[in-house]
Design a protein around this ligand. Structure first.
Ligand SMILES: Nc1ncnc2c1ncn2[C@@H]1O[C@H](COP(=O)(O)OP(=O)(O)O)[C@@H](O)[C@H]1O
Ligand SMILES: [Mg+2]
Length: 254
């Protein structure tokens, strides 16, 4: 199973949209896909109409019961979606308390990695959607993955946030003894605006080979797709947004 983490400490940059869009495309290709919501705001879960507050199991259980996890106890926490082969490990608000209750416990950074190892044979790809906060959840997501996807809005302020995110990953990488395979993706790109063109140029010059050479364009179909609780590729297959994530997937899959 490949594990990808979608992270950026800035909110509203397209993390959840990227997670859902890549997951939808992979599932349509016949891959068995698990999307993991680690944001206490549960945007990914709500996207698919899943209200984890009303469920008996969520990703929170994985952290609470980390010492006694089995493949079945992880699988018990998963929810199906309207798309074949596409499953969600939902989040709950309780996740927000983890930093306070467990943040300093030994080994807490590796809980998600261990949980995913239990279901390694059940899925081809797992994609972890992160909260916009550096805490125990993002640490877990980064420790568990083999690739980090960093969506970045193509505007000046978002680039500032990116500097912080890249520094955070360097510090984390050192403590985990790994260097991250990072792919920065320019999102919500509006080619008509100077700000978008300039910030893409700056991204390329500051981060070079780590920046995907394509862009995810502004496309209102992303919002429309979320209203019908489907990945954009299932709701509006012939859109610029789908084509762009398709191209990204070709690069990520290599
Ligand atoms: N390429 C895009 N074009 C237009 N709207 C987008 C695009 N990507 C995301 N959005 C919208 O922007 C908002 C924030 O995106 P989201 O993926 O939730 O960001 P994050 O998870 O980083 O907070 C959502 O309403 C989403 O539908
Ligand atoms: Mg989100």
């Amino acid at each position: 199973m490949k594990v990808w983490t979608v992270a950026n400490q800035k909110g509203g940059v397209g993390k959840t949209t990227t997670t859902v869009s890549l997951g939808g495309l992979l599932a349509q290709q016949g891959k068995r896909v698990l999307l993991i919501d680690t944001d206490p705001h549960s945007s990914l879960s709500y996207y698919f109409g899943i209200d984890a507050e009303a469920l008996s199991h969520s990703v929170y259980d994985i952290f609470i019961k980390s010492a006694s996890l089995t493949a079945d106890s992880v699988l018990d926490c998963l929810c199906p979606t309207k798309i074949d082969n596409l499953y969600v490990l939902p989040a709950t608000m309780a996740l927000a308390t983890l930093d306070r209750t467990m943040g300093s416990e030994q080994g807490m950074g590796l809980v998600l990695k261990k949980a995913l190892a239990k279901v390694d044979n059940e899925f081809d790809v797992a994609i972890i959607d992160c909260p916009p906060v550096l805490g125990v959840l993002m640490v877990n997501a980064l420790a568990a993955c083999d690739k980090v996807i960093v969506p970045t809005q193509t505007e000046y302020l978002a680039l500032k946030g990116l500097d912080r995110m890249i520094r955070t990953m360097e510090i984390m990488g050192r403590s985990l003894g790994k260097s991250f395979d990072t792919c920065i993706i320019p999102t919500m790109f509006d080619k008509r605006t100077n700000a978008a063109l300039e910030s893409r140029k700056r991204l390329m010059s500051d981060y070079g080979g780590r920046v995907w050479e394509g862009v995810i364009p502004v496309d209102t179909h992303f919002r429309d797709a979320s209203l019908v609780q489907l990945p954009i590729s299932a709701a509006y297959p012939k859109t610029r947004g789908v084509a762009a994530y398709g191209k990204l997937l070709e690069v990520l899959g290599k």
